[in-house]
Design a protein around this ligand. Structure first.
Ligand SMILES: O=P(O)(O)O[C@@H]1C[C@H](O)[C@@H](CO)O1
Ligand SMILES: O=c1cc[nH]c(=O)[nH]1
Length: 307
């Protein structure tokens, strides 16, 4: 049925109650359609403070009443994830890495299903390591690939490896690129995003507690990734693309590059610079949501708060 979230689990219908444990929500304890039925945009990102700042920023960008400073954490009963809503926008943290985002997405997707949400667009706003691009550039992912540059997400289910595809919505990526013209003070590009299971060895870094390869091997790997079309590296996009795609959600990944990995491993930019980088995907997505809602022209030079 048009626009509804598809749940690919026949067991769910037989359950009298569904407890979304890590979100501290449930079908018996909460009226999910009343709380979330009108949500149209879901934004996710690793850090709880970033997602709070994004919700507060969106509150202002949507011209809603009040400062937005007092938005409450809907998942306050648990400290696994943080969730905020303002207008039709839901903002949720997912922690670091595939296991963490995948638990959150199982429960979030069921939440959107129980709430009978329709036509939801979901966007990951994250940070990443760039590949051959200037620090501070924003990458809109066309294809999420694994550490062998393949567009697949492998999950072990009952001891067997299940392979899922990682397609993202092409039109949405193009629409986001078009919106980037409204925030011209940083470069935005479309490219492949490589998703790994680790920040250090898994991303070819020489500066972890363990390292089993030479700096020549590292550069050879990163250059191969670049030749395969990879423009940035992070740790959630394949699982995010696979799960959202299977459940019929239009999904996008928009990450800022904190450094160029062809130039180094350590993130050396001052905290203030990193904070401003983190705001870039938020500003692009705010422009996108405003445009979708017909709130033209863009608001003044507002910035998300510093998280
Ligand atoms: O959304 P975030 O900034 O958490 O995304 C990337 C990938 C990992 O979660 C983390 C590593 O620093 O940043
Ligand atoms: O290099 C980086 C920076 C942020 N996040 C990553 O996963 N890698």
């Amino acid at each position: 049925i048009g626009g509804l979230v598809l749940i690919k689990n026949p067991h769910l219908d037989t359950m009298e109650e569904d407890i979304l444990y890590h979100l501290d929500l449930g079908t018996r304890t909460h009226n999910l359609p009343a709380m979330f039925g009108d949500i149209k945009f879901v934004c996710v990102g690793g850090s709880p403070n970033r997602m709070k700042a994004f919700a507060q920023f969106m509150h202002k960008e949507l011209g809603l009443e009040g400062s937005g400073e007092d938005l409450a954490d809907i998942c306050a009963g648990t400290d696994r994830y943080a969730m905020y809503r303002t207008g039709p926008v839901l903002s949720i943290s997912h922690g670091m890495g595939i296991p963490s985002i995948s638990i959150m997405l199982h429960e979030l997707i069921k939440l959107l299903h129980h709430a009978k949400c329709r036509d939801v667009t979901i966007i990951r706003i994250g940070t990443s390591g760039g590949l051959g691009i200037e620090a501070g550039s924003v990458v809109i992912t066309d294809t999420a690939v694994d550490a062998s540059f393949q567009p697949r997400f492998e999950q072990v289910v009952l001891g067997d490896v299940v392979v899922r595809s990682t397609d993202l919505d092409r039109d949405l990526a193009e629409e986001l690129l078009a919106c980037s013209k409204e925030v011209p003070d940083f470069p935005t590009l479309i490219g492949h995003t490589m998703c790994t299971y680790d920040f250090y060895e898994g991303q070819g870094r020489l500066d972890g507690a363990l390292c089993s390869f030479s700096s020549e091997k590292k550069l050879e790997y990163l250059k191969r990734a670049h030749e395969a079309g990879v423009r940035n590296i992070e740790m959630e996009s394949t699982a995010f693309a696979a799960m959202c795609g299977l459940c019929g959600l239009k999904a996008a990944v928009v990450c800022v590059a904190l450094l160029d990995r062809l130039e180094g491993d350590q993130i050396r930019a001052p905290r203030e610079v990193l904070r401003e980088y983190q705001q870039r995907p938020q500003r692009l997505i705010a422009a996108f949501i405003r445009r979708r809602l017909g709130l033209h022209p863009p608001a003044g030079p507002a910035l998300p708060s510093s998280n």
